[in-house]
Unconditional design. Sequence first.
Length: 257
Amino acid sequence: MHNAAYAALGLNWRYLAFEVDPKNLRAAIEGARTMNFAGLNLTVPHKLLAVDMVDELDASAKTWGAVNTIKFENGRAIGFNTDADAIVTSLRQDLKVELRGVKVLLLGAGGAGRTAALKIGAEKVAELFLVNRTASKAEAIAGEVKKQFPSVKVFVGYPQGEIDLLLNATSLGLKPEDGSPMDEKQFSLKQARAVYDMIYKPAETKLLAAAKAAGCRTANGIGMLVQQGAKAFEIWTGQSAPVAVMRRAVEGSVYGV
Ligand code: ATR
């Protein structure tokens, strides 16, 4: 998506992928700086490690405790996080969901679930319900959200009535044999107006298929992938990202369309 964006804007830039052993991350960042790279993206497991390896943390990286984007500026490495904003932007653009004042059920309390919960809290939803296989992790995140955003009502467990958004941040659905991330005895999809699955491959998880059948608006996580990239593009180049171009490139690569 980045190379498509550079081509669209006539920039003589290249985006390349490198596989780096976590034990060599510091050396890799130094190498990129020395070679005058404009910046880097980092993915699992480097996002947490990089927090201690940059010269400066942007507020986004401080808030989320993770760096997925580095910009080199006058020899300094500045760490950013573009993942959390991408959730909100994709929910808005792909699902027409505005988070302020609404009711949300969030499934999953791993890395993605924690970031989503805190970002949803920051957007001042009215009520946030957290469900996770390991309940203690949901409890811990509920505590963090309550502390940081006291106006948000936070519960661990399924809601009784209707909700505006169900968001899957578990990894269940990635594999064909995976079941639903949700206990259908405790919550019916008919109670949800919109369903977002952070998984984008397969394009339609069992959860999204069932949600469509139940009449919910649905979107998968491809928009989040595109939006975190678009934000990184803007950080590096200082130009508006050609989001539609980037999205077409991602869809072409992921779905072969
Ligand atoms: P990520 O960075 O993608 O969030 P993760 O931190 O490994 O990855 O978190 C995976 C999430 O999917 C967790 O919420 C996990 O539940 P646990 O906290 O109980 O491990 C959830 N998950 C993974 N496999 C699952 C399964 N078979 N059933 C239910 N939840 C599952």
